[in-house]
Design a protein around this ligand. Structure first.
Ligand SMILES: [Zn+2]
Length: 110
């Protein structure tokens, strides 16, 4: 079935729907949540449940940039995409920043 284009979301091609996730929230796109006229942007919507690794990656980067996180100032990690990716996986599994920082510490020592 061809879905109408309702917004400018790049994740779901503007349909608000991602077929491979249909068993989760009826395939709703986590990026735009099927919002009419949504335009993908980099600003962070707070209080929204993160639904995918990309978002966790962005949150980790935001934590590094902030000054109230155990990850604050770890800009060295920004040049280690594999570590960030591993941290995003941990975050996705529900581990907090402290565990992520430990992981980053272990990984960057090698
Ligand atoms: Zn979307």
């Amino acid at each position: 079935m061809q879905r109408p284009r309702i917004n400018e979301c790049t994740r779901c091609n503007g349909t608000g729907y991602i077929g491979k996730w249909k068993h989760i929230v009826n395939g709703m796109c986590f990026e735009c949540e099927g919002e009419n006229g949504y335009v993908r942007s980099s600003y962070k919507k707070t209080g929204r449940v993160a639904g995918n690794k990309d978002r966790f990656r962005q949150e980790i980067i935001a934590s590094i940039a902030s000054d109230d996180s155990v990850l604050s100032g770890r800009i060295d990690l920004l040049s280690e995409p594999e570590i960030i990716s591993g941290m995003a996986t941990l975050a996705e599994e529900g581990f907090d920043d402290e565990i992520l920082a430990d992981y980053a510490h272990q990984m960057s020592k090698r």
